[in-house]
Ligand binder design. Structure first.
Ligand code: UT7
Length: 318
C-alpha cells in the first residue's frame, strides 16, 4: 500500500509588503534584497487572521481539488512554527473550523522543514493501514515572530498556507521520505523566548546567523537529495521537478545545480511570497500543479531545511 497526493490547495493573505516598503523602515534596499535573496515582496496576515484561518482556506481548496468531503478526512497534520495558541494544536482548531470531529489531529514542529516532516508522517500512517485520507497542511504567520527592526531577518519572511490531501493508492505516490535533525545547531536559527509565570522570557523574535545557516543549508540539502535518489536507484536526470523550500534563491540555485537541473524545472515562488517557512513547499507545489507545469506521472523532489536544524526530502511520483 502506498500514499498519494490527490489534491492541493493554498492561500495567501491579501496584504502585500514590498522591499520598497521595508526600505522605509530599516536600512536596506530593493536591489540588496533581490540580489542576496531573490525576494521582491511577501504577504502579511491581517489583524485577527490567524494561522488556522490561512490553513482553513488552503485546506478547503485541497479538499475541493481532491474531490472529497471534509468528513472523509481521518487524520489532520498541521506543520507550523507559529500556532494560534500554545495549546490546543492548530490542527485541532483547524478540525473545528472544518466542521468535523473525532479524527486525530496534531501539529508537527520542524520549522521550515515542517511540511516534509508532516508528509513523511502522513505517509507512514497511510502505509501502515492506520489511515486512508489525511489532510497535511503547512501554515504560518511568520510576520508575528519577526523583529521588524532587524534588517538581517525581516526582509526574508512572509505569511501563507498550503495543503495537500494524501490518500491510499495501489501504486506510488510517495516513493521515499528522508528526515534529519541536528539539535546542536539550534543557536544558529531560533526564537529563544518562552512564557514563564505570565512573562515572556528571552527574545520573542527570530534570531539568525544568516551566513552560517546558508552554508549549512547548501551542504545538508546536497546530501539529502543524493540520499533520496540513491534510496530509489534513480539518476538525477529522472527528476522532473524540484519543489524546494523557498528561503533564498541562491540556495535553491545551488541545489538545482547539484542535480544538474535547469531553473526551468525548479518551482520558485519566493520572489512574490518570501520565506513562508512550513508553508513554502505546499504553496510552491500548489502553484505549479494549478498552472499546469506539474503533470501526472512526473517525478518530484521536495526538500526543505530550517531551524532545529531539521531537514529532509520527499521523492514522489505525481
Ligand atoms: O528557512 C531557512 C531560514 N533562513 C535562511 O535560509 C537564510 C539563509 N541566509 C541567507 O539567506 C543570507 O545569509 C542573508 C540573505 C540572510 C544575508 O545575506 P548574506 O549574503 O549572507 O549577507 P551577510 O549577512 O554576510 O551581510 C553582508 C552585509 C553586511 O554588511 P557588512 O558587515 O559587510 O558591512 C550586513 O550588515 O550586508 C549587510 N546587510 C544588509 N544590507 C542591506 C545585512 N542585511 C542587510 C539588508 N540590507 N537587509
Amino acid at each position: 500500500m502506498y500514499s498519494r497526493v490527490t489534491g492541493t490547495g493554498s492561500y495567501l493573505p491579501s496584504k502585500i509588503l514590498t522591499n520598497h516598503d521595508l526600505a522605509e523602515r530599516v536600512e536596506t534596499s530593493d536591489d540588496w534584497i533581490v540580489e542576496r535573496t531573490g525576494i521582491r515582496q511577501r504577504r502579511i496576515a491581517a489583524d485577527g487572521e490567524n494561522t488556522s484561518d490561512l490553513a482553513l482556506a488552503a485546506s478547503l481548496a485541497a479538499i475541493a481539488a481532491a474531490g472529497i468531503k471534509p468528513d472523509q478526512i481521518d487524520l489532520i497534520i498541521v506543520a507550523t512554527t507559529t500556532p494560534d495558541k500554545i495549546f490546543p494544536s492548530t490542527a485541532c482548531i483547524l478540525q473545528s473550523k472544518l466542521g468535523i470531529r473525532g479524527c486525530p489531529a496534531f501539529d508537527v514542529q520542524a520549522v521550515c522543514s515542517g511540511f516534509i516532516y508532516a508528509m513523511a508522517t502522513a505517509d507512514q500512517f497511510i502505509r501502515s493501514g492506520q489511515n486512508k485520507c489525511v489532510l497535511v497542511v503547512g501554515a504560518e504567520t511568520m510576520s508575528r515572530i519577526v523583529d521588524w527592526n532587524d534588517r538581517g531577518t525581516c526582509i526574508l519572511f512572509g505569511d501563507g498556507a498550503g495543503a495537500v490531501i494524501m490518500q491510499t493508492s495501489d501504486a506510488p505516490g510517495i516513493l521515499s521520505t528522508h528526515l534529519h535533525a541536528d539539535g546542536s545547531l539550534q543557536h544558529l536559527l531560533e526564537v529563544p523566548g518562552n512564557i514563564r509565570d505570565g512573562q515572556i522570557q528571552g527574545a520573542p523574535y527570530i534570531v539568525m546567523d544568516g551566513g552560517a545557516v546558508f552554508k549549512f543549508a547548501v551542504n545538508a540539502l546536497d546530501h539529502v537529495v543524493e540520499e533520496a535518489l540513491a534510496a530509489n536507484h534513480m539518476e538525477k536526470s529522472e527528476v522532473d521537478w524540484l519543489v524546494p523550500h523557498q528561503a533564498n534563491l541562491r540556495i535553491i540555485r545551488g541545489t538545482a545545480k547539484k542535480l544538474g537541473m535547469g531553473m526551468d524545472r525548479v518551482v520558485v515562488t519566493l520572489e512574490s511570497q518570501g520565506n513562508t517557512s512550513a508553508a513554502s513547499i505546499p504553496l510552491a507545489l500548489d502553484t505549479a500543479v494549478r498552472d499546469g507545469r506539474i503533470q501526472r506521472g512526473e517525478t518530484l523532489l521536495l526538500e526543505g531545511i530550517g531551524g532545529g536544524f531539521a531537514w529532509g526530502a520527499v521523492l514522489l511520483r505525481w
